[in-house]
Design a protein around this ligand. Structure first.
Ligand code: SAM
Length: 373
């Protein structure tokens, strides 16, 4: 499927089959098709970022200005960091990819721009983003490339459709990608104490708030008692949802070909993130990309993390799991370059109270399931 130059009367670039190429695609791809003939995941050789990622980002920033209120802003530094990593890693073609928490679909658009022959499923807890993501993927990639997008309609909790025996059951993705909420269990926030889980879910489904901070605090996909306890422990570190995804992903991916790439805040020390992968049946992760972002204290207060840090018994449990003396204090900085002594959550929280900015690491980590022994 190549991209032809078009003719003098036709302002649109067209493919050889006559389909028009979208303006972004034309700008982004120039005259060359990015189609690769590779068929396997290549994890060892990160590629240089796509020369046109900058143009892609300009278009995303433009689209983000008109985003629906409830959708996460795809021009947010977290989202951009993740796209940078996805762009650097060339995952190859012929793959089945799942994005959990697809939002407005910008990552799907990037992945399909690079490899239109891949199939990319996108699902989200907030159902309203799904039709929007279909529009946006078509707009960013052009209709032809958007054909690889398999939007999962309705509300989806993590990998429930792959685990539940429904439509996708038995299909094995090669890759799962995600940048999902890293906040405490939403049931435990003050204003929601009086709400039942059902009411809370209904509120989330219909609220006009940015969906990035909400999730379903369910353990439905977790059968094993040990994992249930582990996910609850990780919730104290704002990582309950991510730990549950790893548990579910371990059931869906195969050690032979499966991979997962996650955008994870380094507010917790890196060894704790390693423990999360190890304990859920994954290999030690590798850092694909690392940056420092500002803590958004308007939407995610450091207060619950400061409370976690004071619970000595959590430090002991974490130590028992990691097998070594893991520093259980959180890691923040008072400057965007990460210079100087890191601040613990208590120190960062007192800065938050006096309206001083805090910063933290943000990692894109990638791993594969450990073979079952
Ligand atoms: C930080 S946003 C990322 C959106 C998008 N991937 C991006 O990069 O712009 C996190 C997304 O995860 C979704 N989400 C939250 N809880 C979820 C769950 N339990 N299952 C699936 N998606 C969830 C949110 O609705 C939101 O769209």
């Amino acid at each position: 499927m190549g991209i032809s130059e078009g003719n003098g009367n036709d302002p649109l670039q067209r493919r050889s089959n006559g389909d028009p190429v979208s303006p972004l695609e034309a700008k982004t791809l120039g005259g060359d098709s990015p189609v690769s003939s590779g068929s396997s995941l290549d994890f060892q050789r990160p590629h240089a970022p796509h020369a046109n990622l900058e143009i892609f980002e300009m278009r995303v920033a433009e689209l983000a200005r008109n985003k629906p209120e409830f959708a996460f802003n795809p021009a947010d530094p977290w989202a951009k960091t993740f796209r940078h990593a996805l762009d650097t890693l060339d995952y190859g073609s012929g793959l089945k990819i799942v994005e959990v928490g697809v939002g407005l679909g910008v990552n799907v658009a990037l992945l399909l721009t690079k490899h239109p022959e891949n199939e990319v499923w996108g699902s989200d807890f907030v159902p309203g983003v799904i039709p929007k993501s279909e529009e946006l993927v078509a707009e960013l990639t052009g209709t032809d490339r958007a054909r690889g997008y398999r939007a999962v309609p309705g509300s989806s909790d993590l990998l429930e459709h792959w685990l539940s025996g429904g439509q996708f059951h038995g299909q094995t993705p090669d890759l799962i990608v995600c940048c999902i909420p890293q906040v405490i269990d939403p049931r435990s926030t003050e204003s929601n104490d009086e709400l039942s889980l059902e009411d809370r879910l209904e509120q989330l489904r219909t609220s006009g708030e940015d969906a990035a901070h909400y999730y379903v605090p369910s353990l439905n996909g977790v059968r094993d008692e040990h994992f249930k306890k582990f996910v609850s422990l990780m919730d104290e570190y704002n990582l309950g949802l991510n730990a549950r995804l790893l548990v579910e992903a371990r059931e869906v991916l195969t050690p032979e070909s499966g991979r997962i790439a996650m955008n994870l805040a380094g507010r917790v020390p890196l060894p704790i993130l390693h423990t999360m992968f190890r304990e859920t049946g994954f290999e030690e992760p590798r850092i694909v990309h690392q940056t420092i972002v500002r803590q958004d204290d308007v939407t995610t207060s450091i207060m619950p993390l400061a409370a976690t840090e004071r619970k000595a018994e959590l430090a002991e449990r974490m130590q028992a799991l990691s097998g070594s003396k893991t520093d259980h204090r959180f890691v923040f900085y008072d400057n965007p370059d990460g210079r100087g002594r890191p601040l613990c959550a208590m120190e960062a929280y007192s800065r938050e109270l006096s309206r001083q900015p805090n910063y933290h690491d943000l990692y894109v980590l990638e791993s594969r399931p450990k073979p079952l022994s």
